[in-house]
Write a protein that binds this ligand. Structure first.
Ligand code: ATP
Length: 763
């Protein structure tokens, strides 16, 4: 019975009694026996590395050991509670699900016990001897290369091995329903030992971790320190954590009849109650207040889950602390949304956006499923809901607690449960709400969010048709309007009268956008152009055809309209087309392998010409992406089809180069233009974002043009004397005897000596 505590005592003792009731400890002799006769096993090399790393880089934040061990205990308790939902015998006689902490100053041990699922012999050997996590090797290498990166290692979650931060020896006693009770022991050296517990089953079920505290860490045996740490790090653990602690209590005790004092008020002990009323004094027995030390289990955490509380009652600090303890993230979240869904299904949820995404979050195929934890009526069920969040939202973290789901359903059937599907939809909608609120209320924060998760939102537009409309409003782009990012709505609000399209350009180098031949006239006329420079933008533009009834128009593709073209401009265009027809025909013939249309441009101002993709073709940037893919996949007929599409060549009728070319063609001197046409076309294609088709050919033609410009004979070749390479070396004979080998080695040695001490005449 925990409430008995120690016997009342007149003196104020500050130490808790050594033995709390109901907890069994190994004696020193028993521990020594484990060391002598336990079977020894080697730690995996990575464990040794990790332990070294923990000890060397986290020595300044030793105290995290307690957070890690309590978090493991809580996970173990979650597991047995979950098992008990479907197997009523799982709890057996050990029905209290709790964690206890006992510090023993005399033996300098700190003991953490839980009534969780416990570990079998096999579990002890593998869980506490290896590192199960994938990616640990790379992680270790990256931390080693960035010495002292405590932040990084903190984020990794160092787990059980952090015990060695404060202990030089750790003993683990564990009992799982499927096995006997075992003792595991290690001094963090290269091996650990396991032995069947000679005492039999003392735990009932669960795990007891005994830390033999190092000399420089004795502060962790102080109950005030432990209380403070549990409150700081384990505030949100959903199981009770009890600390075996002593406290001073005052109590009224009867005073035995004493001879009456002469002056009743003066030298009576302070804590003896002064009774002045004469009558009462006669009828009531005298009492005095005494102080005594009581040692008992002290509940150190409040276990009302934060998500069941009213948002209005929760401070931002509490949300932040909860997030950090819940996700083991080292920094506060960027944003959160705590809500209660009502209607078709009811559930409570808190969603968080981490400050920084896991760099691999859009690529990783499995890890992200652990980001949302599912509870049913406050009981943790699983964090392995495959496909619960769509890929684009895989950065989101949080929890869902539903009262509607059945408790005794397996994880596999849960996934298919119709309620889960409804919850999933609501969670996605609430996440989008959170982003929208951020965008509307806190632009600076939204820009930070966009910097980290912009690509995820774009992926959402591409992959999540149901939410596409809402997500499109969250998009932000650079544009010719100003340095600030713009939304599509803002763009539309600035559109010119009659402007029928939203103009954009794609490419890898946003710095060159404003000087691109496609953009020059638009900007000169005062139109705004959106700059799409992420590779994903190419896919995005295929998914987003229009916004707010306005077509999105790639400025490098056919089909651009200003909206203010009148009859007059149409006529003058026709005239120009007619005037340039001879040149257009000639160009079309010469470039027929790549071009199917040559026309007079309405888009160009200072550039002589531009290469455009056809209306259904792909831009230069997309062409490069497809080319890379086509190399990987030659059978991708769609990519091949796009790549083979012919281009549109636009000429600037006001440009002197074009006027000169027209003159040459009209004068019957078109043949003089051959190389120039080719060079002009290829270099224009480059400026328009396309890749050169045949770099060698292109370089040769450029050389011809340069030769002509400098008056160098086209036939004259460089006079380079070609020296043939030396003859092939004679193969070494493999049939030589061992004497020969020695002789060779000697010869080599003396050659080396000769090199080290060169003859004088060589100097
Ligand atoms: N108190 C415990 N009860 C039962 N099993 C435990 C306990 N502590 C540790 N384990 C087992 O040992 C494994 C390794 O623990 P460790 O703390 O090193 O990593 P982890 O808990 O899996 O990862 P992380 O600490 O990053 O969450 C756990 O996954 C669990 O299976």
């Amino acid at each position: 019975d925990a409430s008995t505590g120690s016997a009342p005592n007149d003196s104020v003792a500050s130490e808790p009694a050594l033995k709390p009731p109901g907890v069994s400890f190994l004696t020193e002799d028993q521990e020594a026996k484990v060391r002598e006769s336990g079977q020894a096993y080697q730690f995996e090399t990575e464990v040794n590395k990790l332990m070294k790393l923990i000890i060397n880089s986290l020595y300044k934040s030793k105290e995290i050991f307690l957070r890690e061990l309590i978090s493991n205990a809580s996970d173990a308790l979650d597991k047995i509670r979950f098992a008990s939902l479907t197997d009523k015998d799982a709890l057996g006689d050990t029905v209290d699900l709790k964690i206890t902490l006992v510090a023993d100053k005399e033996r300098q041990t700190l003991t953490i016990t839980d009534t969780g699922v416990g570990m079998t012999f096999k579990d002890l050997k593998s869980n506490l001897g290896t590192i199960a996590k994938s990616g640990t090797a790379e992680f270790l290498a990256s931390v080693e290369s960035q010495k002292n990166n405590t932040n990084l290692i903190g984020q990794f979650g160092v787990g059980f091995y952090s015990a060695f931060l404060i202990a030089d020896r750790v003993t683990v006693v564990s009992k799982n329903n499927e096995d006997k009770q075992y003792i595991w022991e290690s001094t963090s050296e290269s091996d650990f030992r396991i032995i069947e517990d000679p005492r039999g089953n003392t735990l009932g079920r669960g795990t007891q971790i005994v830390l033999h505290v190092k000399k420089d860490a004795l502060e962790y045996l102080e109950q005030s320190k432990l209380r403070q740490l549990v409150q700081r790090y384990s505030e949100f653990i959903n199981f009770p954590i009890y600390l075996w602690a002593s406290k001073t209590e005052t109590e009224q005790v009867p005073v035995e009849d004493e001879p009456e004092a002469e002056t009743p008020n003066d030298d009576l002990d302070d804590d003896i109650e002064d009774v002045t009323d004469k009558e009462e004094k006669d009828t009531k027995p005298k009492t005095k207040t005494i102080t005594k030390t009581v040692t008992d289990w002290e509940l150190t955490n409040q276990q009302k889950p934060i998500w069941t509380r009213r948002p209005a009652d929760i401070t931002e600090r509490e949300y932040n602390e909860f997030y950090m303890s819940f996700t083991k993230d080292a920094v506060e979240p960027l944003a959160y949304n705590h809500f209660r869904a009502e209607g078709e299904v009811e559930f409570k949820s808190i969603l968080f956006v981490p400050k920084k995404p896991n760099p691999a979050f859009l690529q990783s195929g499995d890890d992200w499923t652990h980001n949302v934890k599912l509870f049913v009526r406050r009981v943790f069920i699983t964090d392995e809901l495959l496909g619960f969040l769509p890929r684009w939202l895989s950065f989101l973290k949080g929890l869902v607690d539903s009262d509607d789901l059945p408790l005794n359903v397996s994880r596999e059937t849960l996934q298919q449960h119709s309620i889960i599907k409804v919850i999933k939809k609501r969670v996605i909608a609430k996440a989008i709400d959170m982003f929208r609120t951020m965008a509307a209320k806190d632009e600076e924060k939204y820009i930070e969010f966009w910097g980290s998760y912009g690509n995820a939102i774009k992926l959402g537009v591409i992959e999540d048709p149901a939410n596409k409309k809402k997500l499109m409003k969250l998009l932000r782009f650079r544009s010719s309007h100003s340095e600030k990012l713009t939304s599509l709505e803002q763009y539309v609000s600035r559109m010119r009268k009659g402007q029928p399209q939203i103009y954009f350009i794609t490419g890898e180098q946003p710095d060159t956008f404003s000087t691109s031949p496609f953009v020059e006239k638009l900007i000169a006329r005062g139109y705004e152009v959106l700059y799409f420079s992420d590779p994903i933008d190419e896919y995005l533009t295929n998914a987003v055809m229009d916004f707010d009834g306005k077509k999105l128009q790639h400025v490098g593709k056919s089909g651009l309209k200003y909206g203010d073209e009148d009859e007059k401009s149409g006529e003058s265009l026709k005239e120009q087309e007619e005037k340039f027809k001879p040149l257009r025909d000639h160009l079309k013939e010469r470039l027929s392998a790549w071009v199917d249309t040559v026309r007079v441009s309405q888009q160009l101002t200072t550039s002589p010409c531009a290469v455009l993709a056809g209306e259904y073709g792909v831009s230069g940037a997309m062409e490069k992406i497809l080319q890379a893919q086509a190399i990987a996949n030659k059978d991708d007929f769609r990519a091949q089809m796009y790549l083979n599409q012919k281009k549109v060549f636009e000429i600037n009728p006001e440009h002197p180069l074009m006027i000169k070319m027209l003159e040459k063609v009209n004068a019957g001197k078109a043949s003089e233009l051959d190389d120039s046409i080719y060079v002009l076309f290829e270099s224009t294609a480059i400026a328009s974002g396309f890749a050169v088709r045949n770099p060698n050919d292109f370089a040769k033609k450029v050389e011809i043009v340069v030769r002509e410009r400098l008056g160098v004979d086209l036939k004259k070749e460089a006079q380079v004397k070609v020296v043939p390479a030396p003859a092939v070396e004679e193969p070494v004979k493999s049939t030589q005897s061992s004497d020969d080998v020695d002789a060779d080695a000697e010869a080599e040695e003396s050659a080396e000596e000769a090199e080290e001490a060169p003859e004088h005449d060589e100097l």
